[in-house]
Design a protein around this ligand. Sequence first.
Ligand code: HDD
Length: 712
Amino acid sequence: MNKDRKNMNIHEESKKEQLKDFSVNDSGTKMTTNQGVRITDDEHSLKAGDRGPTLMEDFQFREKMTHFDHERIPERIVHARGFGAHGYFQVYEPMNEVTKAKFLQDPSVKTPVFVRFSTVAGSRGSADTVRDVRGFATKFYTEEGNFDLVGNNMPVFFIQDAMKFPDFIHAVKPEPHNEIPQASTAHDTHWDFIANNTESTHMIMWAMSDRAIPRSYRMMEGFGVHTFRFVNEKGEAHFVKFHWKPLLGVHSLVWDEAQKIAGKDPDFNRRDLADAIEMGNYPEFEFGVQMIREDEEFNFDFDILDPTKLWPEELIPVRRIGKMTLNRNVDNFFAETEQAAFHVGHVVPGIDFSNDPLLQGRLFSYTDTQLSRLGGPNFHEIPINRPLAPVHNNQRDGMHRMTINQGQTSYHKNSLNNNDPHEATEQEGGFVHYQEKVEGRKVRSRSDSFKDHYSQAKLFWNSMSDVEQKHMIKAFRFELGKVQTKSIQQQMVDNLSNVDLELAQQVALGIGAKAPQAQPEETRESVTLLSPALSQLNTVKSAATRKIAILAADGFDSAEMKAVQSALQEAGVTAEIISEHLGMITGTEGDPLQVKQTFLTADSVLYDAVYVAGGKESVSQIGTIREAVNFLNEAYNHCKTIGAAGEALDLLGTAGIHATSPDQPVGNLEKPFTDTGLVIDSDAGSGADFGQRLVDAMAMHRHWDREVSMSK
Ligand code: HDD
């Protein structure tokens, strides 16, 4: 082993300790210039007389203003809007059979990680909850150097060859003549691209699904998308796909809610992540791998190098091999999150690439883009990007160089410095590329095996539940409804008939296009395969870390409030009291409660559930507040859990919620159903049972039967 790595002891705090060397705390200090000269007055420029001109010699003013004038850097060309957090990763058991990567061997080692979640299309200040793919980029600071897993929350991509990436991004970004629309795919150039590049069909199904509006970064999956390779000590390889599985399950917003949140709290997802970490509700993701042997490469009806294809989990199971925990917010957004530079080409021994042409192109783009974004070739020295593994080579100089390399030599081979730094052997941890045999002619073309653009789009559609399919139809109608060019709308509808005729007809109906009457000849034999793992209805369900609004005023039922609050607390639910005024409210037993929000600062879209506190006086006061009634009505329309007992039931009626008894079917006459999201009791809910039922209903995330019953 390399001598300077011998005593490396990577642990959970390693990165924090490294960052500490660069951190500054200004508390209790005197203000200085950047040259360390103490400042006596930071409010007035130096003038020739009280009312005279500012003097050139005012170095303090010049320095302050110059720095300010240059404090913006270019935002990322894509994924500009993002939010990061620190944490650590631990493998469950040694993976030496398939990979020699050190960070995947010892379950006692906590490898520090930094994760940045992002949207793709919007600029840095755009809203969090837009319909978009989410980036999920993880930097592992391993003892063998940095490994970056730069993935998304969807397992496939829009294009098959990186050559088309600039075209796709030009189409999806705001249109060039007027820079409209911001952070939205609902416009002509985007759909023109999709309609004319049918390889995007599978991905567009994902983008029109609920996956594109996650409830939380903590509740979405991550995917490495491409096929990578694991390589073991013997040099044997497996093809591998990487997954992140959130322990809280995969959950999404409702589209109407997502749009409203974009106005009410554009920082919704980043706030949710930061708050959760602050409260100790550390987001956890299991690291999963799907593996196939090299000799199985051609055993599937899709090409494993095609990034528009997933490997169905039912066919190739996801083995969960470790867990990542995010447990620390950044100290400084710009220094850490904004300056983080991920690169899909940052791999460590034991992990290697495949020939996926999208991956191959990405290997160039990421370092290249940092050169202009972070101002030169030394961005690896920025604290957040520094590996924990020592860095020694003959690269020198360049903008913002920080390392002070000692000595006379900066070349290899040399005799003046004993030929140091030395190359390492493979046994000493040197990276050796997997020796794949490659031969072929130089061609600009794509393999025929990439030409099936519809089977997995259909697989995805088949795997959706009724309500998920309904959401997708609406999403297509919304997006294509915003498109101005009729021919693009028609082209898209016709294209969708390759996926599913009913889908195409439903979309056509919504946007006034001509409905296709039959599937195109060549897709008649369409797949009917199902992958239950793709439906969010089959995910983990938990009330923990969710947020409930408690609507209350003076005179709330103290016994009921106590019982409910204790059940919520037990389940790890965050509850906020909302009332007409800030300050304190008092219950029937004289107990005071702190109000967290008013009906002006809060909104139902910012909560997972609502509980209307019982107590005659409180209920009648809340009932007079129009925003409170709207609050309930909207929560109901968004299929959220609503709890009310005793007198509070009257308020549900005022809000247009038809609930008389928990067992009584509600909804329109054609489709009566039992609304699992209405937790109601005719008596006051002071028993333990009421609170527990509220928690159980919240765990279900949303109550989709209500939506099915409400929609035509
Ligand atoms: Fe990319 C950023 C994920 C295809 C070129 N990409 C970027 C980020 C994520 C992804 C998560 C943000 C990283 C961060 O938080 O800083 N990109 C993907 C995935 C892809 C993908 C999962 C397909 C499987 N990307 C892709 C292609 C290219 C790029 C085909 C170009 C050939 N991506 C970039 C970039 C960005 C980037 C221009 C912009 C900012 C950055 O790299 O650092 O280089």
